[in-house]
Design a protein around this ligand. Sequence first.
Ligand code: 6PG
Length: 416
Amino acid sequence: MGRASPELVRVADKAAMAQAAADLLLARIAANSGRIAICLTGGSSPKQLYELLATDAWRERIPWPRVHWFIGDERFVPAGDPLHNMTMARHAFLDACAPAANIHPIPTDTTNPDRSARAYEQELKAFYGADQLDPARPLFDLVLLGIGPDGHIASLFPGFPAVEVRDRWVVGVDKANVAPLVPRVSLTLPALASCRAMLFAVAGADKSPILTRVLAGEELPANRARSNGTTTFLIDAAAWPSAPEAPHALIIMGVSSSGKSTVGEALGRRLGWRFEDGDSFHPPANVAKMSAGHPLTDADRWPWLQAIADEIARCRAKGEPIIIACSALKKAYRKVLVGDREDVRLVYLKGGRELIGDRMGHRSGHFMPTGLLDSQFATLEPPSADEHPITVSVDAPVAAIIDAILQQLQIGQARA
Ligand code: 6PG
């Protein structure tokens, strides 16, 4: 089962964001009659939420003796430093409301970030009561996260080794990718995922560019962090991505057996758009060649791709939206199909070789013998950010895939 798409909740502004986040926090507390563990986020966004929790209206609703407060990452600076995340939280509400023993800062008075990470990992394991995280017993009731301008969460920066660490709960990060450019200490993705609910709070117009990339499915840490429970994005109107020009054509791309036709037909039914299988535009010589187990050359493909592009042009001229399934494995192929037309969008069905190989093994009547799947993966050039793809995992039910596509395209009504 693939990772479900996060729930997107739009709020009016930062004040509404703080209110909604506080409501969600109270709901998590109400759902657990025992000891509560909340993992706070750093940065500036959560300050309004933290200050709200200290107001009488909220303070009296929180069972402070039962609630423990952790932090998802820390700047490796002394406590009390203006850059210190837990210091901000203490000043905003913890010192006034929470028992001191329930406040669990990441120690930054060690000799280096890795020592701090190991110390905090021991504290988390002691609190949890085990050295291994059990998916059935989350470490946290709620994990709060922000999203940095480069798509980082906590102090897990895109392309940095810490993002891929699976055997640690906490790691040292010697260099930050964005300001403040100080060493960091960060929980890892598995530790952050061990929660009943994960809540991203993203507010302000300056967040719109990175959020657009995240919601388009770009491989960023903000798209890797997901709860084993529920994941919600709270987004204010200023940060909400501007709706791209409504598409006139959707090209469902991916390797053979990634589900292009199934998804394309289902999407067509949901949107009331015509669906065409791109294979129907292959000249007979190409079909015969593939059925005989010979891979197509680029010379075989250009006329096929041009025929599809011509069909898209005809539909655009008539104002008739269309969905076409086409493997479109190479960027050069997609350049023929899309050209400079912003209302022609790519929908990339992403899946691993093993999953898709299993699926192909169970298909019948399809003219691509499974032996050619390796050549498809070898040829595949996943779409890059500048192609503005809608990327969805195929490791999910079709209905969930359709919902994810519509949510990212911000058109149609994703299934409630
Ligand atoms: C940190 C944070 C970091 C933060 C994002 C967003 O230590 O900086 O934990 O992950 O959440 O950078 O920061 P803002 O909320 O300030 O935009």
